[in-house]
Write a protein that binds this ligand. Structure first.
Ligand SMILES: Cc1cc2nc3c(=O)[nH]c(=O)nc-3n(C[C@H](O)[C@H](O)[C@H](O)COP(=O)(O)OP(=O)(O)OC[C@H]3O[C@@H](n4cnc5c(N)ncnc54)[C@H](O)[C@@H]3O)c2cc1C
Length: 479
C-alpha cells in the first residue's frame, strides 16, 4: 500500500510529487497518458502571471503571487527556461482607464510588487513600438514572465522521480473505493492501494471528487485556441501584451515565448467534451479578428501551427485544494485553471504541506532539489561546441533542422529519468519537430532513434502513445 497516490502528471501532480519527495514517503503518480505533460499543462499561454487578476483574498490570488515569486529560483534549481519579461495590460480609450486602476489596486492588495500605470505615450511606444497607436495607458507588471511549460512540468516530475516517487504511465484510474485504512484505485493496469489520494486530474478532477464526496463539484472544459507564429515574428513585442477586458470584449494576448516564437490567443469557449482539444474554424477566426486590436501589423502569415487547450473551469472559479471533510484521506487539487501554471510551485507546497501534517512525514535526508536539463549546444561557445562534438559526435549530427536539435540532445531525452518514448515526448523535451516545418523533416529521423535506442519496432513507434502509430507496415509486407 502506498502512502500517497497522485492522479495526474500535469504541473499540479508533478509539483505535488516533487514537494512530497522532500519527505520520507512511499508515493506514486498514476497517469493515463504515456508521458508527463499531456493534459492542459502542455497547451496554454505559458505566462507566469503577476497576480492582479484573481479576486482579492482568494486562494487563486495567494497561490498566483506565491508561485510567481518562487518561479525564478525554481527555474534555476531545475534548469528550465524562464524569462522575466514583464507584461502590459493595454487600455485603448481614456474612459476605460479607471478599469486599469481597478486592476492595479487589486494587484497591490494581492501583494504584486512594482506595478505601475503608464499613460506617457512616448514611454509606452519606446517600450513596445508595435502597440496600437490609440493606446491610452497600460498597466505594467515587471514581475510577470514566460516559461517553457513542457520543461517546467518535465523538470518537476524528473526531480520527484529521482527523489523516490514512482510514476506509472498508461495507467488510467477508472474507479475509487474506500478500503480499510485508505483507498483502492481501480485502473486499466490493476488495483492500487493507498492511504491518501491526491486528485490532480485536471478537467477530469470533478469525476473523482464526485465519486467520493456528497458535496458535488462541476468542471466545464473551457477551450482556448491559439496560433503560434514563426521565430521571424518573435520580436514583434518584447513583453506579454494583454487586452483590458472592456467594450471590445475580452481580447486576446500577444506574447513572445521563451524559445523566440510569438503566441497569439487564447479564445474562451465553453464546451462539453473533455477530450475535444482540436481547434475549430470559428475559434481561429475569432482569434484572428481580435489579434490586431492591441498590437499592430501582426504578421499572421507567419503562423506555423495552431492548437487548443482546455481550462478546468470549476463553477466557483476558485482553486480547490484541501482534504475533503466527508472523505478523509482524499485531497482535492481541482479547478486548477489559469493561473495554475504560475501557481504550481505553491500548489505543490500546499498539497505536500497537507500530507506532511496528516501522515506525520519526516524529512527525506537524501532529497536533492537540483536537476540539470538537456544540454543545448547553442548555449556553448564555438570552441566548447567543437570540444563537445569531439567527445560525443552525436552532438554534431543535426536531427531537427528548424530548431537545430542534435542527435546528442535526443539521446539524452530518451535515456534520462522518465525519458521520452514517443515523437511528442522528444518534441516536448528538445523542441525537435516544433519549428517551422512542424516535424516534416525530422519525424523519420527521430523515429529511427527511438527504434535504435529502445529496441522498438518501427510499427510500434507512436506520435503520442496509444494508437497514434505512424508506420502501418513495410512495402515488402505487401509482396
Ligand atoms: C487556454 C489556456 C491558457 C492558459 N494560460 C495559462 C497561463 O498563461 N499561465 C498560467 O499560469 N496558467 C495558464 N493556464 C492554466 C494552466 O495551464 C493549468 O492551470 C495547468 O496546466 C493545470 O495543470 P494540472 O496538472 O492541474 O492539469 P493537467 O495538466 O490537465 O493534468 C492532469 C493530468 O491528469 C491526467 N488524468 C486525467 N484523468 C486521469 C485518469 N482517469 N487516470 C490517470 N490520469 C488522469 C491527465 O492525462 C493529465 O495529464 C491556461 C490554461 C488554458 C487551457
Amino acid at each position: 500500500m502506498y502512502d500517497v497516490i497522485i492522479i495526474g502528471a500535469g504541473v499540479s501532480g508533478a509539483a505535488s510529487a516533487r514537494e512530497l519527495s522532500r519527505y520520507k514517503v512511499n508515493a506514486c503518480v498514476l497517469e493515463r497518458e504515456e508521458d508527463v505533460c499531456c493534459g492542459t499543462s502542455k497547451a496554454n499561454s505559458a505566462i507566469v502571471h503577476a497576480g492582479y487578476d484573481a479576486a482579492e483574498g482568494s486562494l487563486m490570488a495567494r497561490l498566483n503571487v506565491e508561485g510567481n515569486q518562487i518561479m525564478p529560483e525554481l527555474a534555476r534549481e531545475l534548469d528550465f527556461p524562464f524569462n522575466p519579461c514583464g507584461s502590459f495590460v493595454v487600455c485603448l480609450d481614456e474612459e476605460s482607464l479607471p478599469d486599469l486602476r481597478t486592476l492595479y489596486e487589486r494587484g497591490v492588495k494581492n501583494g504584486v510588487k512594482d506595478l505601475e500605470i503608464i499613460t506617457d505615450k512616448a514611454r509606452i511606444k519606446e517600450m513596445e513600438p508595435n502597440l496600437a497607436d490609440e493606446v491610452a495607458g497600460v498597466l505594467y507588471a515587471p514581475t510577470a514572465g514566460i516559461v517553457c511549460p513542457f520543461n517546467l512540468n518535465i523538470a518537476l516530475a524528473e526531480n520527484a522521480y529521482t527523489n523516490g516517487v514512482d510514476f506509472k504511465f498508461n495507467t488510467e484510474v477508472t474507479d475509487i473505493r474506500r478500503i480499510e485504512g485508505g483507498w483502492a484505485l481501480e485502473t486499466n493496469q490493476g488495483v492500487y492501494e493507498t492511504r491518501y489520494v491526491v486528485n490532480a486530474a485536471g478537467v477530469h478532477a470533478d469525476k473523482f471528487h464526485n465519486m467520493v464526496s456528497g458535496t458535488k463539484i462541476h468542471i466545464t472544459p473551457r477551450r482556448g485556441d491559439y496560433c503560434l507564429l514563426d521565430k521571424s515574428a518573435g520580436n514583434h513585442v518584447s513583453r506579454t501584451i494583454f487586452a483590458l477586458p472592456g467594450k471590445y470584449g475580452k481580447g486576446v494576448l500577444v506574447s513572445p515565448t521563451v524559445h523566440g516564437n510569438l503566441i497569439v490567443g487564447p479564445t474562451a469557449i465553453d464546451i462539453e467534451d473533455k477530450e475535444a482539444t482540436a481547434t475549430t474554424r470559428e475559434g481561429l477566426d475569432e482569434l484572428i479578428a481580435k489579434a490586431g486590436m492591441n498590437v499592430k501589423d501582426l504578421p499572421m502569415r507567419q503562423v506555423i501551427t495552431s492548437f487548443a487547450g482546455l481550462r478546468a473551469h470549476e463553477d466557483h472559479h476558485e482553486f480547490i485544494i484541501k482534504e475533503l471533510e466527508d472523505a478523509p484521506g482524499f485531497v482535492d487539487c481541482a479547478g486548477i485553471e489559469s493561473p495554475g501554471l504560475t501557481s504550481c510551485p505553491a500548489i505543490g507546497r500546499m498539497v505536500a504541506g497537507i500530507l506532511k501534517e496528516k501522515l506525520g512525514l519526516e524529512p527525506n535526508p537524501q532529497f536533492n532539489g537540483s536537476r540539470k536539463g538537456i544540454l543545448d549546444p547553442d548555449t556553448l561557445t564555438k570552441e566548447e561546441q567543437a570540444e563537445l562534438i569531439k567527445q560525443n559526435p552525436a552532438y554534431g549530427n543535426i536531427i531537427c533542422r528548424c530548431e537545430m536539435v542534435t542527435e546528442g540532445e535526443i539521446l539524452d531525452a530518451i535515456h534520462r529519468p522518465l525519458g521520452a518514448r514517443s515523437l511528442d515526448g522528444i518534441k516536448r523535451r528538445t523542441r525537435a519537430g516544433m519549428g517551422r516545418c512542424q516535424a516534416g523533416f525530422c519525424t523519420p529521423r527521430s523515429m529511427e532513434l527511438l527504434h535504435r535506442e529502445l529496441g522498438l519496432p518501427m510499427t510500434e513507434i507512436t506520435k503520442a502513445g496509444g494508437d497514434s502509430k505512424l508506420v502501418a507496415g513495410t512495402n515488402k509486407d505487401r509482396i
